[in-house]
Design a protein around this ligand. Structure first.
Ligand code: AMP
Ligand code: ZN
Length: 110
């Protein structure tokens, strides 16, 4: 995807502070952190949002969740963390490449 910011990060065309990477996923620091710890985890392959994740990608869906857990552990978050994926305009999605926010280090109101 030519104009996708996160695809550019995957390709190395845009800088990012990478926390974790494997064949399928990439985790990097959010450029505008909303909490002391704010990392984004994305599939390397472009898909717009959770709505764009096909049935045939159940293995990738599992990979995303399991690596979120690993990244949280790697970040050494204590006292818990929050995982958010904004899906669509009304949810406030700004970047249309599926991503999960991993947030920690402050008290969140449910
Ligand atoms: P949203 O689409 O609303 O879930 O949020 C997109 C998130 O991506 C925001 O928290 C931005 O701060 C973050 N973001 C946008 N561009 C970059 C970038 N180049 N590097 C890191 N994070 C980014
Ligand atoms: Zn993309």
């Amino acid at each position: 995807m030519e104009n996708c910011v996160f695809c550019k990060i995957v390709k190395g065309d845009l800088p990012a502070t990478v926390i974790f990477e494997n064949e399928h996923v990439l985790a990097f620091k959010d450029i505008n952190p909303l909490a002391p710890t704010h990392v984004l985890l994305i599939p390397k392959r472009h898909m717009e949002s959770l709505d764009d994740l096909p049935e045939s990608e159940a293995a990738l869906a599992g990979e995303l969740l399991l690596r979120i857990k690993d990244v949280a552990a790697k970040l050494g978050v204590t006292g818990g963390y929050k995982v958010v994926s904004n899906c669509g305009e009304a949810a406030g999605q700004l970047v249309y490449h599926l991503h999960f926010h991993i947030l920690s280090g402050k008290k969140f109101v449910p």
